[in-house]
Design a protein around this ligand. Structure first.
Ligand code: A3P
Length: 288
């Protein structure tokens, strides 16, 4: 394959510099997917970590040992981060579990002819934005966020790190030419965890018995994950994530946006949402 020009590909999208390098982005866009790979794709704050936990638990048939002893970034490394290659080389796990926040257009060349399984996780964008806003306060590797109204503007304009939420969801759910893609929403995982885990386990061709599903549900609940150091990011140094300013496992709810948005902000958000999503038939759960 001819070398892809990452400078050009990434000219209108930015990623936090401490984890993403020119080399790591190059490796991601030229990644050699194996047909057995499982890729979790999501925009940040959509339930990525939760899905990493669910897939780990499904393959362990509900046994929490692996998810309680190995950090999620080693179990399911981010394709575009600098340490991914080293983690994959050190592991003989099959299938390989990978994670990405890249929009589909940047992975198209690498993934389109592969039979790798993709699980796309989405969440209603108002809750994504509010969660991302709080995350910016504790994540020292993210830029200064400004006020909530300024953050909202940047989110709607697609000017935050990781790019546009609209482009991300449309790319992965409406245009991706990936043969094996399952779309799972944060809201269905919260409202019907048994059903969501069953659906995911069938997609992974790893059907589970009812008690195994119930064990998965128990160990990937918000309270279990909040207490699990392998997934709650408390192992990360304070210079990178400052847990005195907030928790990674923050609230885990549907509809928290209602505590932040003014009526005028809701109207503005809805208006941008309707115009950018007019070709998209997806339905969202905005509140419980
Ligand atoms: P909040 O900030 O709204 O609480 P990601 O992993 O994509 O960065 O997403 C993080 C968001 O998912 C956070 O949202 C976090 O609390 C929530 N989350 C993670 N695990 C969860 C679980 N088991 N149940 C509910 N929400 C969960």
């Amino acid at each position: 394959m001819a070398r892809l020009d990452v400078t050009e590909m990434f000219q209108d999208i930015s990623f936090p510099g401490h984890l993403h390098t020119q080399d790591s982005l190059q490796q991601a866009v030229e990644f050699n997917f194996q047909d057995t790979d499982i890729l979790i794709a999501s925009y940040p704050k959509s339930g990525t970590t939760w899905m990493q936990e669910i897939v780990t638990l499904v393959y362990s048939r509900g046994d929490p040992h692996l998810s309680q002893t190995v950090p999620n970034w080693t179990r399911a490394p981010w394709l575009e981060q600098y340490y991914c290659t080293a983690v994959l080389e050190a592991s003989s796990a099959v299938p390989r579990l990978l994670t990405t926040h890249l929009p589909y257009r940047l992975l198209r060349t690498a993934i389109q002819d592969s039979k790798a399984k993709v699980i796309y996780v989405s969440r209603n964008p108002k809750d994504v934005m509010v969660s991302f806003y709080h995350f910016h306060k504790m994540a020292n590797f993210l830029p200064d966020i400004g006020s909530f109204p300024e953050f909202l503007d940047r989110f709607l304009e697609g000017k935050l790190h990781f790019g546009s939420w609209f482009e991300h969801i449309i790319g992965w759910t409406q245009t991706a030419a990936v043969s094996n893609l399952l779309h799972v929403t944060y809201e269905e995982m919260l409202l019907d965890p048994q059903g969501a885990i069953k659906k995911i386990s069938l997609f992974l061709q790893c059907p589970l018995a009812e008690d195994e599903i119930n064990n998965c549900v128990k160990h990937c609940s918000f309270s279990s994950m909040k207490d699990n150091k392998m997934i709650n990011y408390t192992l990360v140094p304070q210079e990178i994530m400052d847990h005195s300013k907030g928790s990674f496992m923050r609230k885990g709810e549907i509809g928290d946006w209602k505590n932040m948005f003014t009526e005028e902000q809701r109207r503005r958000f809805d208006s941008v949402f309707s115009s950018k999503m007019q070709q998209c038939s997806l339905q969202f759960v905005w509140e419980k």
